[in-house]
Design a protein around this ligand. Structure first.
Ligand code: NAP
Length: 310
């Protein structure tokens, strides 16, 4: 395990965050149908009162609405909150100066002078890793972000990004990737191990598999919108995993499937950032903290998930 740099240590101390893709997104999450500004604000406040102090947003979420809402909410609270946002590599954005320009706009929407983590949302073939990292380095030097990270980078690109930033004497803080009991690629392709080795925080997105691991969806009651199609193949196979999660949750004083799913991610050494559409969901998610699955339970969950996902 690598020494964690002093600049990025704060990220390793965070056990769980709150994802803000839901805030304003109509395409995947049907913002405005069943939940809206009021409910996401309540979810944010509930998370804070449960001790969650890290919010992950992006300029693309709700076309800037997520960052704007976050800015509004931050003005109404006293507590400090750690903020991560992301650069979207639009095809017409190239050259390192695109990064500080985009970050300045994000800061304007959030109403802050700097964020804690600025991530590139996904790698683009239109820019070299060196150019992307030069751009992120400019953001650190300008004082507009405390640390920088990447998202959806495979292992070789991640290591190249780490080395490119090292030439600027800047640590690569994080790689935000899809990781849940139903999506364990990062264990198989070596990214999780490499992150630990290099002191990079693995931030796990979709840790409840977009609601599926809560157990509330089934073939008879599929999730709404685009999730119905993307998860049509997985839904009929979930039964045995969900049953085991419920059994294990009971052995821990009645933890829900969602809480077991989140605790499993934490036990693997990653930082889950579940999204929530209501105070009740946010509160339940925070209950994934404060207890720990036994190694033997993690192993049984691994086995059951392997049987579902192959
Ligand atoms: N970097 C990237 O490319 C990337 C990609 C995806 C996500 N992310 C980030 O990761 C965050 C989390 O991922 P995600 O939002 O895709 O998926 P997720 O956290 O696995 O699932 C969130 C969804 O699950 C349902 N849910 C949440 N809490 C629940 C609870 N306690 N009980 C029952 N259902 C619950 C809600 O939807 P319903 O109530 O509608 O079921 C909610 O919108 C995002 O908000 C975003 O910040 C990043």
């Amino acid at each position: 395990m690598a020494e964690i740099s002093s600049e990025t240590r704060f990220l390793h101390a965070i056990e769980m965050g709150l994802g803000a893709w839901q805030w304003g997104d109509r395409i995947v999450w049907q913002y405005g149908h069943g939940y809206s500004d009021k409910e996401v604000k309540e979810a944010f406040l509930a998370s804070l009162s449960e001790g969650i102090r890290f919010v992950d947003t992006a300029e693309i979420y709700g076309n800037g609405r997520s960052e704007q809402l976050l800015g509004q909410f931050l003005k109404q609270i006293e507590q400090p909150v750690l903020i991560a946002t992301k650069f979207l590599p639009f095809p017409w954005r190239f050259g390192k100066s695109a990064f500080p320009r985009a970050l300045k706009n994000s800061l304007g929407r959030i109403g802050l002078e700097s964020v804690d983590l600025y991530q590139i949302h996904w790698p683009t073939p239109l820019m070299s890793i060196d150019t992307m990292m030069d751009g992120l380095a400019e953001c650190v030097r300008s004082g507009m972000t405390r640390t920088v990270g990447i998202s959806n980078f495979g292992q070789s690109k991640m290591v190249a990004a780490y080395s490119a930033l090292a030439r600027h004497k800047i640590p690569l803080a994080s790689n935000q990737v899809h990781y849940s009991l139903l999506h364990r690629n990062v264990e198989k392709n070596g990214i999780l191990a490499r992150c630990k080795e290099l002191g990079i925080r693995l931030i796990a997105y979709s840790p409840i598999e977009m609601g599926l691991l809560s157990g509330k969806y089934s073939v008879e009651a599929p999730p709404p919108g685009s999730r119905a199609r993307s998860y049509a193949g997985l839904l009929p196979r979930l039964g045995s995993l969900l049953k085991l999660m419920t059994e294990i949750g009971q052995d821990h004083g009645g933890k829900s499937n969602t809480q077991v799913a989140l605790n499993w991610v934490i036990c693997k050494g990653a930082l889950p950032i579940p999204g929530a559409k209501s105070a009740a969901q946010a509160q339940e998610n925070a209950g994934g903290l404060g207890w720990k699955l036994k190694d033997e339970e993690v192993a049984r969950l691994d086995q059951a998930s392997e049987a579902v996902t192959g």
